[in-house]
Design a protein. Structure first.
Length: 199
């Protein structure tokens, strides 16, 4: 299983953003949606071995997490507006149970941020993506067939407290090269590396 955890420090946990102006009305949900597409969708298909988590941490009073599961999701289209519409519907769903509430097949939403995510990652090898870390190409311990979770920041990057939470859980820092790239490009490279290792 591949898991991508996208940490949106400014992304708001609210459905009241405008589809015609996602970046400035959602706290840059657009960054997370492009990263979602890069992690989950391939040409004319969905990666059935992949789960993507969008952590929406931008509202001080309410954090929420969206979970998109490739094996179960239907009718996901690659354009940002369509993915934003899916996120909007999920954010309009009341969370009346602990953990994730199903929205439609493959899409679920939970109240909370890293706290609701941690049980999901209990069996995963954790990798924290950042430039200047050891190169993924030289990472012999990365087993593409295992359950791996990759933590990636938004346009602002991962905060020190978030980094420390994942390092305390045993996350390994890993890089896709020396230049700081956009989140979606980092995820595309990681997915490609796993594809190559999978043969
Ligand atoms: C646009 S970058 C963040 C840039 C931000 N200004 C910073 O300095 O962290 C988004 C995320 O992509 C990941 N990232 C960017 N470049 C990377 C690289 N070369 N290797 C691994 N991860 C990278 C990191 O997780 C980062 O938080």
């Amino acid at each position: 299983m591949r898991r991508f955890v996208l940490v949106g420090e400014k992304a708001r946990a609210s459905a009241d953003f405008l589809l015609v102006d996602i970046p400035s009305t959602s706290g840059r949900l657009d960054v997370l949606l492009r990263a979602l597409r890069a992690g989950l969708l391939v040409s004319h298909g969905v990666r059935t071995d992949t789960l993507v988590y969008l952590l929406l941490l931008g509202d001080p009073e309410r954090k929420r997490t969206l979970r998109i599961e490739g094996a179960a999701a239907r009718y996901l289209r690659p354009d940002e507006r369509s993915l934003a519409t899916t996120a909007k519907k999920a954010l309009n769903t009341p969370c009346d149970q602990a953990g994730f509430t199903p929205v439609r097949p493959g899409i679920a939403v939970a109240d909370g941020g890293i706290d609701v995510l941690l049980p999901e990652l209990a069996g995963s090898a954790l990798y924290l993506l950042e430039p200047n870390a050891p190169d993924i190409r030289a990472c012999s311990q990365l087993d593409a067939a295992a359950d791996n979770a990759f933590i990636v920041g938004d346009h602002l990057g991962l905060t020190e407290p978030v980094r420390q939470v994942f390092f305390a859980l045993g996350a390994q820092p890993i890089s896709v090269g020396p230049r700081a790239l956009h989140s979606e490009d980092v995820i595309a490279i990681v997915a490609n590396e796993l594809d190559r290792r999978s043969g």
